[in-house]
Structures are given as C-alpha cells and as structure tokens.
Design a protein around this ligand. Structure first.
Ligand SMILES: [Zn+2]
Length: 126
C-alpha cells in the first residue's frame, strides 16, 4: 500500500504539523483518506511516547528523575535534556524555514529532515 510509504508519512506529518493543513487539504493533496491521516498521526505520536516512557537518570548525581519533561535535574540542577532531543529540537526549527526553499527541492529536503528528526527522537542517548 503506497499510502503508508515513508514518503507519504513524511509529507502528511509535515503538512499537518508544520503547514497546519486540514485533513481535507491533506487528503486531496496526497490522495490519502482521513482515516489514513489519523492513523499516521496516531502511530507517530504513540511510538514517540512509548519509547520515551523510561524515566531519565541524571548523569551527574545518578538519581532517577520522575518527571518526563524535566530538562534539569531537580536534585542537582544538571542539564539533563539528552543531546539527541536538543538536536531534534534545533532541526524542528529548520522545518519552519523549509517553505522558503524552491518547491522542486522542498519535498526531498523535508523528507530528509523529518527522517533525521524521527531518528533522533527515537534513539536512546544520555
Ligand atoms: Zn542530578
């Protein structure tokens, strides 16, 4: 099924998250059904949550930090945001300027960027 190819998934995610397009617009543009769009969004959201569920451990004081969104250790104030998440965040900023590059190169660049972000957000590094 071509509806679930990585290219289509990348395009749908970009259209929804960055361009803030509606389901109808995405559906018409890429020829995917509303339920496929919902599934793509759900899959990508839930896989990111599932893989990051483990509590982080502070690399400085070694304590378990029971706050999923913590960026600093509550015990010793060490910056605990993993490097991969920092880089992913920077790359996400780049997605916003993608609209300024020529249409002919935009899709490939977006797709590459989204793959890189997805990879970074789903590997475990500390
Ligand atoms: Zn600490």
């Amino acid at each position: 099924m071509n509806a679930t190819s990585p290219e289509v998934i990348a395009k749908v995610l970009y259209a929804k998250e960055t361009e803030k397009k509606t389901y109808k617009q995405i559906s018409e543009e890429y020829g995917v059904s509303t339920s496929t769009i919902q599934r793509i969004l759900k899959d990508n959201h839930s896989s990111a949550i599932k893989k990051n569920r483990k509590y982080p451990i502070c690399p400085k004081c070694g304590k378990t930090i029971k706050l999923m969104e913590a960026r600093y250790c509550p015990y010793c104030a060490e910056d605990i945001e993993p490097k991969n998440m920092k880089i992913a965040k920077e790359l996400r900023k780049l997605l916003k300027v993608m609209q300024y590059i020529p249409q002919s190169q935009r899709e490939e660049a977006n797709s590459t960027l989204l793959h890189a972000i997805n990879y970074l957000e789903n590997i475990e590094v500390i």
